[in-house]
Design a binder for this molecule. Structure first.
Ligand SMILES: *Cc1c(COP(=O)(O)O)cnc(C)c1O
Length: 439
């Protein structure tokens, strides 16, 4: 069995996280339950930050909080000196509620509303990552009306798309995000913001993909963006001070996944940027990165209670859990793969094979196909690993299933950070019918 972070097995043969017995957590808080190993989140955060420090490169490591957003995780990453990416008014509001230092908040998104942008100005966040020409117009209007400065980056699409094991280069990126680097849009965006009274252009941003295991795509993108910076220096004597290379660093979901360590991604990126800076006679920019999945993904474990079981003779053995696609849409949406263990029988051999189904009314609601597992009985606790990113944050109330609770565990102590939704929570925004028939 592969352990993540502080996971272990105690004297009762039970899976532990942060030295807390997961079966006790299931009993205390109910299931489905997300359990986060906060020591592992801290370790991952430090892995990135320390690498930049060791290499002597000024940097900001921003947690891409769409991976998992709540007040407590924002407070945790603030403690670790991370910056924060938000992509909506809701995430920004949560960050402000959590007391996150506004000057370290960066705001992303391809269709930010006027209200969202005004909230960003009013709360004096650190930077807006500008995505498109419409947004430039809004930002000019808002900053001029408020007579208030705002730092901006321009998001560009460099024509590099990275996937887990490879990358593709495209002449023109077919993406809903950002200004194309190659067809003149990025230059036009530069012309529109350069020298504006209130919009202070710091530099460029690119994000090339997700769950990436290789460094080549990052280096290629960094090189292309640096060359654009060089061109602007040459043509306009404008020097970018920030290069944001996005997120997308891969993690281990199953034994097939072999991600690199943070320092390997970061070191390779920096090498490229330093080489390009030298060649283009540019000052070394500040490097910003935006890990999401790689900060919280393997720190999260989902606990479910096993209920019904169904055998399709000669085909497959199904076990069903008390959650499913409503708390983890990734298997249904992306065909994502996971590993699991029976938390109360963690020392037993995995002699059986089960397909883990959810309880939602979709035949595609399966969490793991053909998972090697211990022999199960109803009431056993299934622990599914590596669900910390894009699990809870994509959870829904499909079938009016209440969203799970979330718990942090560290050094033998556990704390509820998101309450389980109640049935009452589910109807709280519903209003009774008042229309009369035929009116
Ligand atoms: C989603 C996203 C990230 C984080 O991606 P991960 O794969 O979770 O690291 C970072 N930056 C931007 C702009 C994103 O859209």
């Amino acid at each position: 069995m592969h352990f993540y972070g502080t996971q272990g097995i105690n004297e009762n043969g039970h899976l532990t996280i942060g030295a807390v017995d997961t079966t006790e957590l299931a009993e205390t808080y109910g299931t489905p339950l997300f359990v986060y190993d906060t020591a592992l989140i801290r370790k991952r955060a430090r892995g990135f930050i320390d690498t930049f420090k060791q290499l002597g490169v000024t940097a900001q490591v921003a947690y891409a909080s769409k991976a998992f957003a709540c007040v407590a995780v924002y407070q945790l990453v603030a403690e670790e000196d991370l910056s924060l990416d938000v992509v909506s008014g809701g995430e920004l509001y949560t960050a402000l509620k959590s007391g996150f230092p506004a000057e370290r908040i960066h705001f992303h998104g391809n269709n930010k509303s006027v209200l969202e942008l005004e909230l960003a100005f009013d709360s004096k966040i650190g930077c807006i990552v500008v995505d498109n020409f419409y947004e430039i117009g809004l930002l000019k209007d808002i900053s001029e009306a408020k007579q208030q400065p705002m730092n901006i980056l321009l998001r560009v699409t460099p024509g590099v798309e990275a996937h887990t094991h490879d990358f593709i280069t495209t002449g023109q990126a077919d993406s809903k995000f950002g200004f194309d680097l190659n067809n003149g849009q990025a230059d036009e965006a530069f012309a529109q913001v350069n020298g504006h009274e209130y919009l202070q252009l710091l530099g460029l941003h690119c994000h090339i993909g997700s769950q990436i295991f290789e460094t080549d795509g990052f280096s290629l993108a960094a090189g292309k963006v640096m060359q654009k910076m060089g061109a602007w220096k040459e043509a306009h004597n404008f020097e970018c001070t920030v290069l944001n290379l996005g997120g997308g660093f891969g993690i281990r979901y199953t034994e097939e996944d072999k991600p690199l360590e943070p320092h390997e991604y970061v070191a390779e990126m920096i090498k490229t940027v330093q080489e390009e800076a030298r060649a283009l006679k540019l000052a070394m920019p500040e490097i910003w990165i935006e890990p999401g999945r790689s900060l919280v993904g393997d720190a999260g474990t989902s606990l479910y209670t096993i209920g019904s079981q169904k055998t399709v003779p000669g085909v497959r053995e199904y076990i069903a859990v008390d959650g499913g696609m409503s708390d983890n849409i990734r298997p249904a949406l992306y065909d994502a793969k996971y590993e699991a263990v029976i938390a109360n029988k963690a020392n037993d051999d995995k002699k059986s094979t089960y397909t883990v189904a959810g309880k939602l009314c979709e035949s595609g609601d399966k969490l793991i196909i053909d998972a090697p597992l211990q022999q199960v009985s109803p009431g056993d606790i299934l622990a599914m690993f590596c669900t910390g990113a894009y699990g809870y944050s994509m959870a829904s109330n499909y079938n009016r299933v209440p969203r799970p609770a979330v718990v942090f565990a560290e050094a033998g102590v556990h704390q509820l950070v998101i309450k389980r939704e109640s049935y009452e929570d589910i109807v709280v925004n519903d209003l009774p019918l008042t229309l009369k028939k035929g009116e």
